[in-house]
Ligand binder design. Structure first.
Ligand SMILES: Nc1ncnc2c1ncn2[C@@H]1O[C@H](COP(=O)(O)OP(=O)(O)O)[C@@H](O)[C@H]1O
Ligand SMILES: [Mg+2]
Length: 377
């Protein structure tokens, strides 16, 4: 296995046979490497933009791949998938597309407030703003245009209510829903940043059914017949609205949560699909292993990281199945605004969702991020 990353200290390198210091967005560099090494398949787990790169390179090199370049393109553009969902009748928030600041501003006025302005081709809350009033539009448009790879912006109705994630796997055109988790987000101003994924969802079984139907419709609309999908569904007063879909595993340790909750190895299934191997239905059959499970993300105070303490003590606590610390000493934490500002994560299980959440909180309190705030000059 060859892992690639532009960062020489990327944590994934330790799991690979070989490492290549190549950006995951360097399409021609990856293609040269894949071709020279005669790889059997490509996978971009848990990261969006390279999903389309992997699909295109696989097609050009004649390698098996779970999704077509067209499906991958739809899955990596918030804008193109909105258009596709509209054609296919997939429930989603009202939206408008604006090219440039003037159009985006006019679109926000039409959608009304609160609305959400976002860069259609960025992830992880980059270029994303909740706009509560007309006077905040200009700044939100500036933030989105700054982040966007093009001059096009998406303006959406803000759907209030609960947000859930449907982690699923498709095999031979059949959609297997697995963990449906509640996405509990950080308080403003860190809009839309997940702090906890909790399983099972608090929604009633009937509502979970409609959420899964919406996710299945979204996957069908973009053409996912094989491989993982990760669908965020906003459950508003008028029912489920698909926030976005990705043709990959969730980036918030969703596969690990699924494994401890339901005994299904999504990482293994995604790798099999990337190699063109058949994924048998039996390997996707969920069997509840615990009553509840959660991923809790850790937040560090701003400043330069000196050290992290209490990890072993936290890991020894009951029900703690995993702890990840994302950053090394010297890393500078910014004010908490988006996904990349998170400092780590805890995977906890329990007899119930509540117990898993309590255990995660206890472990979270045990772990301390010591940071130095530089004196202001
Ligand atoms: N139209 C919307 N209504 C309500 N919440 C939204 C909306 N759009 C985005 N959000 C919130 O912001 C988060 C991130 O937005 P999303 O479009 O999924 O972009 P990304 O995950 O790439 O940053 C969502 O998970 C959700 O919490
Ligand atoms: Mg998202």
């Amino acid at each position: 296995m060859i892992a690639l990353d532009r960062d020489p200290s990327a944590p994934g390198f330790r799991y690979a046979d070989r490492r290549a210091i190549v950006s995951t967005e360097d399409e021609s560099g990856i293609e040269r490497l894949a071709s020279a090494e005669r790889v059997d398949g490509l996978i971009a787990p848990g990261i969006d933009w390279p999903v389309a790169i992997a699909a295109r390179i696989a097609e050009r090199l004649g390698l098996p791949h779970p999704i077509s370049p067209e499906t991958a393109a739809l899955s990596t553009s918030k804008l193109r998938q909105r258009e596709r969902f509209a054609e296919a009748g997939v429930p989603q928030p009202a939206y408008e597309i604006g090219s440039g600041a003037a159009e985006a501003t006019a679109a926000a006025e039409r959608i009304g407030f609160p609305c959400v302005i976002k860069a259609p081709d960025r992830q992880g809350q980059r270029g994303l703003t909740l706009v509560r009033a007309a006077q905040d539009v200009a700044e939100a448009v500036r933030v989105a245009l700054d982040a966007s790879r093009t001059a096009t912006l998406l303006v959406e109705e803000h759907v209030p209510g609960l947000e859930v994630t449907v982690n699923a796997f498709s095999a031979g055109g059949h959609f297997y829903p697995l963990t449906v988790t509640d996405r509990l987000t950080a308080p403003l101003p860190a809009f839309g940043v997940a702090l906890t994924h909790a399983w099972p969802s608090e929604l009633e079984p009937m509502a979970i059914g409609t959420v899964v139907e919406a996710a299945a419709a979204a996957a069908a609309a973009v053409g996912i017949e094989n491989g993982p999908s990760y669908t965020q569904v906003l459950v508003g007063p008028e029912g489920p609205r698909v926030g976005e879909l990705a043709a990959r595993l969730g980036g918030g340790h969703d596969a690990e949560l699924c494994r401890v909750a339901l005994g299904v190895d999504l990482n293994g299934a995604a790798l099999s699909a990337a190699l063109g191997e058949e994924v048998p239905a039996t390997s996707l059959a969920p069997v509840a292993r615990v009553g509840g499970a959660c991923v809790r993300f850790l937040v560090a105070p701003p400043g330069a990281l000196r050290e992290v303490t209490g990890i072993e003590e936290a890991f020894a606590q009951e029900g703690i199945r995993g702890i990840r610390i994302y950053r090394r000493p010297g890393h500078r934490f910014e004010e908490f605004r988006r996904g990349a500002d998170r400092a780590g994560a805890i995977l906890a299980v329990g007899k119930s969702r509540e117990q898993a959440l309590e255990r995660a909180s206890r472990a979270e309190e045990t772990i301390r991020f010591e940071t130095d705030v530089e004196a202001l000059v």
